[in-house]
Design a protein around this ligand. Structure first.
Ligand SMILES: [Mn+2]
Length: 361
């Protein structure tokens, strides 16, 4: 059984409210379109993927019809949208009077209205939460893709260090990082590479600018690669030169505290524990360390899911007390400390939850 046909079988066994799913692209792609097709080529703008329990149709245009057929999507019949209305009557036959699930997180309201008006389903149900739940548990192939992407990014973090020279700008170093990552096999950055020098590291999502690297600066690099469209997301923090100063000691203490929080959380991960409790382990460590000097300086959640999207769903966060860790989830472990006007440290790895605990990818 092909893993992609398995995906929709598994999906329907958990989502009982609907007869069919409509995944519709707009000018951009719904990530679930890739999840349910595994396409390798073409854009499929405004295409409709209709998935039923035992059958799926891709409604595409002449423009991409040949490419779609050539890719031999498992269990998916490719149908050409034409002027004769044949495809539309087929679609209408499959939807009319049925309960149809759509991804309310993606599809604009006016598209939903159009589907409703043209094809007359009995009901349109937002199944975005069920889609997120399904995608949280990765299958073998997905895990291998993320593992490869993480390997590329970790290697790039090792190689980039040769370029740490006083005077280089954040933007130059970010470009260099992207080049190294591509040469290692990345299909492209999974998000815009973050490079921060010095006090800019106190801003978790700072965009690289013309700030020049100086001795004693923290260097924070947060970056990701894509392999078969699956994302990695890895952060490393460094202290550039100038050891044995009071300033260095302060930064090293921050670094060590973040590393301890990262390792404590990693060790605590276990199937059945709530995702929020893993966040709390890292947060409590940071808040209490050194008599509370970092209290309140960890200003984001410990991690997010990774997959087709870089923020692929719930993660280790106070918001997810009701979600339990389960084998097959891939979530980042990324504690940080941010001190305004001084700098910040973040350490991030991509973690696969297993039956035995957790593994860094
Ligand atoms: Mn991240």
């Amino acid at each position: 059984m092909n893993s992609i046909s398995n995906r929709y079988k598994r999906f329907f066994s958990n989502e009982k409210r609907i007869d069919a799913i409509i995944i519709m692209n707009t000018g951009s792609q719904d990530p679930n379109f890739y999840y349910f097709t595994g396409f390798r080529s073409s854009l499929f703008e405004n295409n409709i993927l209709l998935v039923k329990k035992n059958k799926a149709y891709l409604f595409t245009y002449a423009l991409e019809y040949q490419d779609a057929v050539r890719q031999k999507f498992p269990g998916i019949e490719v149908v050409k949208f034409g002027n004769d209305g044949e495809a539309r009557s087929l679609l209408s036959k499959e939807i009319k009077g049925k309960a149809v699930g759509i991804n309310g997180e993606f599809l604009p309201l006016n598209y939903c209205k159009r589907i409703s008006k043209t094809y007359k389903p009995k009901r349109i149900i937002d199944i975005s939460e069920s889609l997120t739940d399904a995608r949280m548990i990765k299958d073998k192939g997905e895990i291998e893709n993320i593992r490869k992407a993480a390997k590329v990014t970790k290697a790039a973090h090792r190689l980039i260090q040769k370029n740490f020279k006083a005077g280089i700008t954040e933007a130059e170093l970010a470009r260099k990082f992207d080049e190294i990552s591509r040469n290692l096999g990345s299909e492209g950055p999974s998000f815009d590479t973050i490079v921060c020098f010095g006090k800019n590291a106190a801003l978790p999502h700072h965009s690289p600018d013309n700030t020049k690297l100086k001795k004693g600066d923290i260097i924070l690099i947060d970056a990701g690669a894509k392999i078969n469209r699956y994302c990695s997301d890895v952060t490393r923090s460094f202290i550039f030169g100038k050891k044995n100063t009071e300033d260095y000691r302060k930064k090293k203490e921050m670094y060590d505290t973040v590393k301890e929080a990262h390792d404590l959380a990693l060790k605590a991960i276990k199937e059945g524990k709530s995702l929020s409790s893993i966040h709390m382990i890292a947060a409590n460590h940071i808040n209490k360390k050194h008599k509370g000097i970092y209290n309140g300086k960890f200003i984001h959640s410990l991690g997010h899911s990774l997959g087709i999207e870089v923020h692929d769903g719930p993660g280790f966060s106070p918001a997810y007390g009701n979600i339990k860790a389960k084998a097959g989830m891939v979530i980042t472990d990324e504690p940080g400390i941010y001190i305004k006007g001084f700098g910040g440290i973040r350490i991030e790895d991509d973690v696969l939850i297993t039956k035995k605990g957790a593994e860094i990818l």
